[in-house]
Design a protein around this ligand. Structure first.
Ligand SMILES: Cc1cc2nc3c(=O)[nH]c(=O)nc-3n(C[C@H](O)[C@H](O)[C@H](O)COP(=O)(O)OP(=O)(O)OC[C@H]3O[C@@H](n4cnc5c(N)ncnc54)[C@H](O)[C@@H]3O)c2cc1C
Length: 473
């Protein structure tokens, strides 16, 4: 056991697998010079690992380390999952389903590793999505844009051709940013460079980008354009008007993925309703105090909680200055999701209804997803509802969230945080650590830690050869 004052040495293999060959080669000199700073071992010495946060990132980290280290997961909420929040609902006509208040969509192209985990390793059932889009200005009957869809041929939407062309140009430009791996262009830079007329930028393009990020137009303008549109362009398949996304849902909600993973844990202690409130270090050992007054000793601590929640903990450490400075650059905004049966946020004419419907008043721009059109199993709506002027009737569930504001500096802060990974036995997991806000980025961050701390991980082996992911930094 490598406990107490043992300082496990950073093995070359562990470091290489943690950060990728190129980077490791570039940093080889500094690794040798700073070995003692890294309490990392790939030599299979069993260590005490405390994971703070039981969302997909924390849970995946524990799943990867299971059997190789003594792992404890502390989760402040009553259940694991974090922003994965599936709820059972029953409609007034007695139909039942489990719907996702939080994360919902994933695809083989946008979430290749996560998709493989869910479908091949955990074998969680999925259901395909049918995507189409309507954008409407608040209070107006005629939409600004209606896209073709499964039951709506291109001939039905010809009046919206200029709008469709504007979105096609937006996506082309976003694809270019993806190809160039360019995070530095803001949404304003991108939209202002577009050739479409100004009126269409205000009535369609900005609200469209805002709504897919849970943001207002004024908030989204400073976002990195690549980040703002990544989950729009990555899943696209097909050509021209046949183009759609390859997104699926977990049939019984994404919580079924969390349950499947948690159900496989054999040697991990998971404590829910247990918030980490204190963090100190004596010698090489961390003491993590939880809200029940229990102290957990740890050789490695994994921060798998959002930056805003991590700051009160890291600020108790000697290296607080640098960490709180980096964490402070991850900015968030509020969001509210409601599940309801009231078509209050849908376009005036049912012929214009899409699976993804955006209403805006030039600044607020919120989406309402029709489960009926999207997957056909239950007629409920999932709506972003922070700024709406009416409350829906027949409300079935609601939850407040915090959405990241992914500006170019947010992305630079990710690089700075990744640079501290493993230093002094502290690790950083979560969708904020790399790329955009998604299950794929959260999982990727966990894999980085798993590769370093348990390169022979049995669960990692089950994932096999990893598909190429757009998340790679
Ligand atoms: C409404 C909404 C829709 C989304 N849709 C999608 C989608 O369709 N597809 C997709 O891929 N992604 C989507 N996302 C993003 C996705 O949900 C997140 O990227 C991902 O779930 C984040 O996982 P995480 O583990 O990094 O963080 P979280 O899920 O935030 O988990 C962090 C955990 O830490 C816990 N915690 C906080 N403080 C403490 C403490 N002091 N002690 C102990 N525990 C603590 C929290 O309770 C939480 O459970 C969506 C997000 C939202 C909000």
């Amino acid at each position: 056991m490598a406990h107490g004052n043992d300082t496990p040495r950073l093995s070359r293999r562990g470091f290489v697998s943690a950060v990728g060959l190129g980077t490791a080669a570039a940093l080889a000199g500094s690794v040798v010079g700073s070995e003692s700073a890294y309490a990392v071992s790939a030599d299979e010495a069993r260590q005490r690992v405390v994971v703070i946060g039981g969302g997909i990132a924390g849970l995946a980290t524990a799943w990867l380390l299971d059997g190789h280290h003594d792992v404890t997961v502390l989760e402040s909420a009553p259940s694991l999952g974090g922003h994965v929040a599936s709820v059972p609902v029953e409609t007034s006509d007695g139909r039942r389903a489990i719907v996702d208040l939080g994360a919902q969509f994933f695809g083989a192209q946008s979430h290749p590793i996560y998709h493989k985990l869910v479908t091949s390793v955990l074998q969680v059932p999925t259901v395909a999505n049918r995507f189409d889009n309507t954008v409407t200005r608040y209070g107006e009957q005629t939409p600004v844009m209606v896209t073709p869809g499964a039951d709506r041929p291109i001939t039905d939407v010809l009046p919206y051709l200029p709008a469709l062309q504007a979105v096609a140009e937006l996506m082309d430009r976003a694809r270019e940013l993806e190809a160039n791996r360019d995070w530095g262009v803001t949404v304003t830079d991108l939209v202002e460079a577009m050739t479409v007329e100004d009126a269409l930028k205000q009535s369609l393009v900005y609200p469209y980008v805002a709504s897919v990020n849970g943001a207002t137009v004024s908030q989204v303008k400073d976002f990195s354009a690549r980040a703002a549109l990544a989950l729009g362009v990555r899943p696209l398949v097909g050509e021209g008007t046949e183009q759609t996304t390859d997104y699926v849902n977990a049939r019984d909600g994404l919580q079924s993925v969390i349950s499947a993973m948690a159900g496989e844990l054999t040697g991990v202690t998971t404590l829910v309703n247990t918030q980490a409130v204190g963090l100190t270090r004596s010698g090489q050992v961390y003491q993590v105090t939880d809200s029940r007054g229990q102290v957990h000793l740890a050789d490695q601590v994994v921060f798998a909680l959002p930056p805003e929640s991590a700051v009160p903990l890291v600020s108790q450490l000697p290296q607080a200055g640098r960490l709180t400075q980096i964490y402070g650059r991850f900015r968030y905004m509020p969001g509210r999701i409601v599940i309801h049966e009231d078509p209050v946020y849908m376009p005036a004419l049912t012929a214009d209804w899409s699976s993804f419907n955006i209403t805006h008043d030039d600044d607020y721009a919120e989406a309402s997803i029709s489960y009926g059109r999207l997957r056909g199993d239950i007629d409920v709506f999932k709506s972003w509802a922070l700024h709406r002027r009416e409350e829906p009737k027949r409300l079935l569930a609601a939850q407040d969230f915090r959405h990241p504001m992914i500006t170019p500096d947010f992305i630079r802060a990710q690089g700075d945080l990744q640079g501290l990974n493993g230093k002094d036995g502290l690790w950083f997991a979560g969708s904020h650590v790399v790329d955009v806000d998604s299950q794929e980025s959260a999982l990727y961050s966990a894999l980085t830690i798993g590769n370093a701390l348990a390169p022979e991980s049995a669960n990692r082996t089950r994932l096999g050869v990893l598909p190429t992911t757009p998340v790679t930094p």
